[in-house]
Write a protein that binds this ligand. Structure first.
Ligand code: GLV
Ligand code: MN
Ligand code: MN
Length: 416
């Protein structure tokens, strides 16, 4: 058996483009918007399932739409090896985030099939429901629930901006089983490995085709709602104003200062969403909501900065006589990759003569939660300019091929 799995790169690129065309983005592909449990999400899943069926995989879904495509092994009693990622996409995203690990995972399996490999353990390809936090505010709801980190009650409390709750929406999308059936026991999988674009510039700068992830940074999300007093933009004089947006702006500037002052070069803070009420040119903002995304490789430092932000924003609210309601939506610990998967990926890259570096993932992934129930690792490929979460996100066919080859060999090793 030749070492190099025969990757149908052109076919894979064609499938990535076909998936990118299933989008709600007002801009044409490669700009993609695909929000969980929408009609567009359903059509994307249907396309994925049709490709899995064509490859002879047996497909099942759990009660929140996590989708499992199984290639049976010669010993079905052994825990399977799993791979996968997500197909949901934030507004105005690119076409490679998540999809590379889903369709690339499928191509890795098809390449092993073409090669005549018969794995001892089953290999399961997982499409995780909503890795992105866009609709319900919390990322990785699929893998988070599989890992038992989000309970059925937690899921029921989630609502979208229109006030629809998660439980109703997932049932309307066709997923009707019991929410308590989603969590898996540790040991359900022998190992999990996710292929993903790097979403950062390091591999491209180092001219390396492969990154092997050793740890995933700890993400946290907060929501702040500030209530001041609205009024006429002409009639209310400056000394008596309680402008919610000026208070929010002061807080956001302070958050940036605290991020710089944290002492950690890895700490990043982003305020990415801001809603202003009533949002009229001649009306003083009475209510503002904004979100905070805060991450660090060092979970303790991330938490210390969260605490400092909490204190500073309360103080600003007091000084400006506005009320502040702040809540933490998630504050997850970092994840460490398992030596079993890291060494399998390393050996795969070496066998393929693909140079690699070990690195941390600053973005989060479903692997953050799979690591709680299975030995987990990730394979990164470079993306142009390190750009992601933008329509101009791009991974070359050569980069995709190297990643899928490495994934295929890693899976074959883990399934031996
Ligand atoms: C995942 O999309 C992340 O925001 O890291
Ligand atoms: Mn993403
Ligand atoms: Mn992703």
């Amino acid at each position: 058996m030749s070492v190099r799995p025969p990757i149908a790169t052109e076919q894979l690129v064609g499938e990535l483009h076909a998936l990118a065309a299933i989008s709600d983005c007002p801009e044409p592909p490669p700009a993609v918007t695909r929000i969980v449990f929408t009609e567009t999400d359903r059509r994307a899943r249907e396309y994925f399932i049709s490709l899995c069926n064509a490859a002879g995989l047996v497909v099942r879904c759990d009660a929140i739409g996590n989708t499992f495509a199984r290639w049976e092994g010669t010993d079905p009693t052994l825990p399977a090896v799993a791979t996968g990622s997500h197909t949901d996409a934030i507004p105005h995203a690119g076409m490679y985030d998540g999809t590379t690990g889903v369709l690339g995972g499928l191509e890795a399996i098809r390449a092993l099939q073409r090669q005549g490999v018969t794995p001892r353990r089953a290999i399961e390809l997982i499409l995780f429901t909503s890795e992105e936090p866009t609709r319900f505010g919390v990322g990785c709801t699929g893998s988070r629930t599989m890992a038992g980190a989000l309970s059925p009650d937690d899921l029921r409390q989630l609502t979208d901006e229109a006030g629809h709750d998660y439980d109703t929406v997932r049932q309307q999308a066709g997923y009707k089983g019991s929410l308590s059936s989603v969590a898996l026991q540790p040991g359900a999988y022998h190992a999990f490995v996710e292929l993903h674009i790097e979403q950062g510039p390091l591999l491209e700068a180092a001219e390396l085709p492969i990154g092997i992830v050793t740890a995933i940074a700890a993400p946290a999300t907060m929501e702040f709602v500030i209530t001041g007093e609205g009024g006429h933009a002409g009639g209310v004089l400056m000394p008596v104003r309680r402008d919610a947006l000026v208070a929010a702006a002061t807080m956001i500037t302070r958050i940036e200062e605290l991020a710089f002052q944290s002492g950690s070069p890895d700490l990043v803070a982003t305020v990415g969403a801001l809603d202003v009420h009533p949002g009229a040119v001649n009306s003083i903002p009475s209510r503002v909501r904004f979100t905070l995304d805060l991450r660090d490789i060092d979970g303790k430092n991330r938490d210390a900065t969260l605490g400092a932000i909490d204190r500073a924003t309360r103080q600003i609210a007091d000084q400006r006589s506005v009320t502040l309601a702040a809540r933490t939506l998630n504050a997850d610990p970092p994840a460490i990759a398992d030596p079993l998967v890291v060494s399998a990926a390393r050996e795969a890259a070496e066998q393929l003569a693909l140079p690699y570096q070990e690195m941390v993932s600053r973005a989060y992934h479903d692997s953050l939660f799979m690591a709680r129930i299975a030995p987990t690792g990730m394979i990164f490929i470079p993306c142009r300019g390190g750009v992601s979460h933008r329509p101009d996100e791009y991974a070359s066919p050569e980069a995709l091929q190297a990643g899928v080859e490495t994934l295929a060999l890693t899976l074959a090793r883990l399934a031996e």
